[in-house]
Structures are given as structure tokens and as C-alpha cells.
Design a protein. Structure first.
Length: 105
């Protein structure tokens, strides 16, 4: 199970998955070429939501379908300084999002 971690440093926000930098995935959508952010609903959080779901789900189409709602439900609510999310926590957060769209739970 993957472990995602975000930390604010003096040089800016850093997000890792299992200790390695999480790829920005600008190839999918270019919301924030300057990098990830969290704790509000802007472009940096959108880029993080998309990259995290693409990595976690391994399904680009599903990630593109769910990431905006995931951004508002999870990424916008993360603590500003530091956070950790497990794959299980991401799955749990996706359940009501999928249910709302009539998809699989």
C-alpha cells in the first residue's frame, strides 16, 4: 500500500510516495507547472489531486474523472504544514465520490 506525504520546506511544498518524489503529471493536465500545493482549492491542489489519483489508481481515465471532486473533498482540507495519506485512506475518501456519480464503490 502506498504512503503519500506532503511537507512544506523553505523551498516550497514537497510530496512523496513511498519516499520518492511524486511525479507532477503535467502530461495529463497542466494546472500548476510550479508544483503541488494543498489546504485550499486552487491549481496546485488540483495538480496534486490528479497526480496522486493517477499514481494510486493506475488508471488515467478514472483519475481524470475523479480528481476535481477529490481535490475539494480531501486535498483542500489537508493541514498546511505536513500530512500523510495511505492508500486505504484515499480509497475510503473515493467511496462517496464514486457513489455520488453512480459509479462502483
Amino acid at each position: 500500500m502506498n504512503l503519500y506525504e506532503g511537507t512544506r520546506t523553505k523551498t516550497g511544498p514537497i510530496v512523496t510516495v513511498n519516499g520518492e518524489l511524486l511525479e507532477l503529471r503535467l502530461d495529463l493536465r497542466n494546472h500548476s507547472p510550479d508544483g503541488f500545493d494543498w489546504g485550499y482549492g486552487g491549481s496546485g491542489p488540483g495538480q496534486l489531486a490528479l497526480a496522486m489519483l493517477a499514481d494510486h489508481l493506475g488508471d488515467v481515465e478514472e483519475a481524470l474523472n475523479l480528481y476535481q471532486r477529490f481535490k475539494w473533498a480531501v486535498i483542500a482540507e489537508l493541514p498546511k504544514k505536513h500530512w500523510i495519506l495511505t492508500g486505504s485512506e484515499i480509497d475510503a475518501a473515493l467511496q462517496p465520490i464514486r457513489k455520488d456519480e453512480g459509479g462502483m464503490v
